[in-house]
Design a protein around this ligand. Structure first.
Ligand code: MBD
Ligand code: FE
Length: 286
């Protein structure tokens, strides 16, 4: 009975935030922009002007200004800048970045990606505990180019939360690579991944992001989702997420990262065990 099962240890905002901040520091792309000073001037000036405008229009008080200062300081102390930015800002960056793409839709990466997960051939079961909870899910499909050519040397990287909504390496007590793996396609571009259906994800309620959500009267939930990065030589990598039709918060994701093309409708598996779903990826040329 998964509904009464407790996580092995309590996941705290400070612990998952610190892990996400540390991962970002060590893993972020080395090609970080050496921005022209004009660009910095334009963007910084406009962001500040937008803040000034809000203060004037809403007659922001000194008490409110100091509450903001205290909150911003605490976001850093909790290590929650990756969470804050990926939940409330990244979706627009992704929209702008991938406007021109013809192939599969992408969406935000979020704070919990870790590169170099264990690699598997065509048919794989993601690393998981012996008694891994959740409905078994067979996720299978094909990777092609925009012109329909099967992509034989494609990589399908998947990572997702467990049935308690927890991510390995960001919550205590989980094996390092739990529910994270990289699967290769066969000569026809096919892949098959056995995993467990994830649970919806709740933003930690005990950190700064949780305090903002509570103070504003918002909810703290993302719908259950599978994260993916799909890539192939000579093609653009797609970072995406897939959701489950009818699942909680598919219609009101706190991170605004759901698109209609990204909703799966799994059916009972032919094997009789759990569910299965087919989803094909189309990659643009590099
Ligand atoms: C997640 O699991 C996630 O995918 C995002 C974008 C933000 C917070 C938690
Ligand atoms: Fe996620």
């Amino acid at each position: 009975d998964t509904t009464t099962r407790q996580p092995a240890a309590q996941a705290t905002a400070a612990a998952s935030g610190a892990a996400a901040t540390e991962k970002f520091r060590t893993l972020r792309r080395a090609d970080t922009v050496a921005a022209a000073s004009e660009r910095v001037d334009t963007l910084a000036s406009e962001v500040l002007a937008a803040v000034h405008d809000v203060i004037r229009r809403h007659q922001v008080t000194y008490a409110e200004y100091e509450a903001l200062k205290a909150w911003l300081i605490q976001v850093g102390a909790d290590g929650e800048w990756p969470l804050f930015l990926d939940v409330w800002v990244e979706h627009v960056v992704e929209e702008v970045a991938n406007e021109e793409r013809q192939g599969s839709k992408g969406t935000i990466e979020g704070p919990y990606y870790v590169p170099d997960s264990p690699a598997f051939p065509v048919q794989a079961t993601l690393p998981m505990r012996e008694d891994e909870p959740g409905t078994p899910l067979l996720f299978q499909g094909r990777v092609t180019g925009v012109d329909g050519t099967p992509l034989a040397e494609a990589k399908v990287e998947m990572w997702h939360a467990d049935a308690d909504g927890l991510y390995s390496q960001f919550a205590p007590g989980l094996p390092q690579w739990n529910l994270r793996g990289t699967v290769a396609t066969d000569a026809q571009g096919h892949f098959r991944i056995h995993t467990r259906e994830p649970a919806p994800y709740q933003i930690p309620t005990d950190g700064s992001c949780g305090r903002l959500i509570a103070a504003a009267g918002w909810h703290a939930w993302r719908p259950a989702h599978l994260h993916l990065k799909v890539s192939a030589p000579g093609h653009q990598l797609v970072t995406t997420q897939l959701y489950f039709r009818g699942g909680s918060h598919v219609e009101d994701d706190i991170a605004s990262a759901v698109k209609p093309e990204l909703i799966l409708s799994p059916a009972p598996a032919a094997s009789g065990v759990g569910n299965e779903v087919t989803y094909d990826f189309v990659l643009d040329k590099a």
